[in-house]
Design a protein around this ligand. Structure first.
Ligand code: NAD
Ligand code: FE2
Length: 387
């Protein structure tokens, strides 16, 4: 078996660890930092303790809080202008996947010419970007440890993936205190994004023994912690468990890539501007159903990791159990069962199919997938036809 394992991001986890940021930047000999975030994070009061500790360490900062959900290429290029005008050479992302992806785009474009969309695809970036520290405030995308940034091309309504080892942040700080007040709907959506990463990574054709170990442990931790993080927001054990699981799922898919759920969710996210996690959660059971014949044993492992007793079940029965658990989890978290309920319409179905087929994730999906298959999955997810 040939594979490469590289995870250059240093991860530090602990309650309150984000307040070490001043000391960390001092150790990098940085006296100024460019903070990338969004207005929701600012309104939630998450920046204040961090600003305070930057003041204490005499680190000056500028804040770019214009991150958009499903960030557009234009918003990244706009942030880049502000970074360049500031002359600052260290970037700090504080927020969910949208803020971290925006910061990744800005940090990398500081040292590469042209436009962010010139680098769509794998391995096109020439130069390392400015050093980036990522502090996630959602437990979902794992972007703090991945080699990608997802950028919406508003002209084509397509969410493009830019993938390069230069996109791994230098450091990720996992501080569950920042997720304590994450509203339940965002906890649900982002938590299901993390579960989707872990499941797609575990079953991906690109999986390795290393990525599978991370993915399976992430599945088990999400099974254990997501509902309590949703129902009892200040249960710090669950909040921290979700943050670690989300990071591990990210570290897994940074190696293995994903599958058809993400191929389709990026498409519908780009066209309908739907929250990424909700799109994934709604699609996940339909894609698992499609994939079942190709990987029943792996789906048995997923069912067991999610707490099912599969000892007396056939592989198919155990795999069905995994789907059943995901469906029940979605219901417990009030996630819509169809993409129609998310506002998706089928009038652009041919575009949705052709955009999804452009995603590299289709190629490593466990079951060989044709455009007709993608169309059937979208139609099933639209009409709620799981069985
Ligand atoms: N690069 C990657 O590896 C990767 C992986 C998966 C997803 N993504 C991308 O990440 C984006 C989605 O990120 P996301 O799901 O984290 O959502 P997000 O970053 O868009 O945040 C969602 C909302 O939650 C709010 N929020 C975040 N943390 C909060 C907190 N602690 N308290 C209160 N409000 C808070 C934000 O203000 C925002 O309004 C999508 O664009 C998706 O494509 C990237
Ligand atoms: Fe995702």
């Amino acid at each position: 078996m040939n594979f490469k394992y590289a995870m250059p991001t240093t991860v530090e986890c602990g309650l309150g660890i984000s307040r070490k940021i001043g000391e960390i930047l001092q150790s990098y000999q940085a006296d100024r930092v460019f903070i990338v975030t969004d207005r929701g994070i600012r309104m939630a009061g998450l920046l204040e303790p961090i600003e305070q500790c930057l003041h204490e360490q005499r680190i000056a900062f500028e804040i770019f809080d214009e991150t958009e959900p499903n960030p557009s290429a234009n918003s990244i290029m706009n942030g880049l202008e502000k970074l360049k005008a500031s002359g600052i050479q260290h970037v700090l992302a504080i927020g969910g996947g949208s803020s971290i992806d925006t910061a990744k785009g800005i940090a990398i474009m500081a040292t590469n010419s042209g436009h962010i969309l010139d680098y769509e695809g794998v391995g096109k970036i020439q130069n390392a970007g400015y050093p980036l520290i990522a502090i996630p405030t959602t437990a979902g995308t794992g972007s703090e440890v991945t080699a990608s940034t997802i950028v919406t091309n508003t002209q084509t309504q397509f969410k493009a993936a830019v993938i390069s080892p230069y996109l791994f942040p230098k450091l990720a700080l996992l501080d569950a205190e920042l997720t304590k007040k994450l509203p339940p709907d965002i906890t649900a959506a982002t938590g299901m994004d993390a579960l989707t990463h872990a499941i797609e990574s575990y079953t991906s054709k690109g999986a390795t023994p290393v990525s599978r170990a991370f993915a399976l442990e992430a599945i088990a931790m999400i099974g254990k912690h997501l509902k309590s993080a949703y129902f009892v927001g200040d249960d710090m054990d669950s909040r921290e468990g979700m943050l670690i699981a989300s990071m591990m799922a990210g570290a897994a898919f940074a190696q293995s890539r994903l599958g058809n759920v993400h191929a389709i969710s990026h498409t519908i996210g780009g066209i309908f501007n739907i929250a990424h996690g909700v799109a994934n959660a709604s699609l996940l059971p339909y894609v698992m159903k499609f994939n079942l014949p190709a990987c029943p044993e792996k789906m048995r492992d997923i069912a067991a990791a999610l707490g099912a007793d599969t000892s007396s079940l056939t592989s198919e029965e155990a795999a069905e159990k995994a789907i059943e658990i995901v469906v029940k989890l979605n219901a417990a978290l009030s996630i819509p069962t169809t993409i129609q309920q998310l506002g998706v319409t089928l009038d652009q179905l041919p575009k949705m199919v052709s955009d999804a087929m452009k995603s590299g994730n289709v190629l490593i999906n466990p079951r060989l997938t044709s455009p007709r298959d993608i169309q059937a999955i979208i139609e099933n997810a639209y009409h709620g036809r799981l069985y």
